[in-house]
Design a protein. Sequence first.
Length: 138
Amino acid sequence: MSERIVTGETNVEGAVAASSKAKASSTAGLTAPTCAMGYAFKAIEGKWKLPVMYVLSERGAARYNEIKRELGITNMMLTNTLRDLEEYGLVNRTQYNEVPPRVEYSLTDNGYAIIPALKEFEKWGQFLLDAKDGGAQS
């Protein structure tokens, strides 16, 4: 029996599989439920969660249509966003026993905890805008 040694060949399927495994392992720790950063990102991921939280931080409490009007968000997206934020314990939903029924949304203490970071993010955004316009000073 002779042993075959091959050099310089590329196994495309193997390379793709290895690449996929590398990507999965590099992000697996970040999305694991025990990873604090991954959990935090998951809690605020998506286009509308941070804007909704920002509106609630500015208003204190707001009704559904007030949030919808301010952001220009669709009913389905706002409903899903508020449910997600409520599941993560970032938003309270308070229903008042009145006629007609009234529901208000507000941030929980955990929801308010991210607001200082959002304010810093806003400052950073202004810095980027100023730099883009040539008005940034160092």
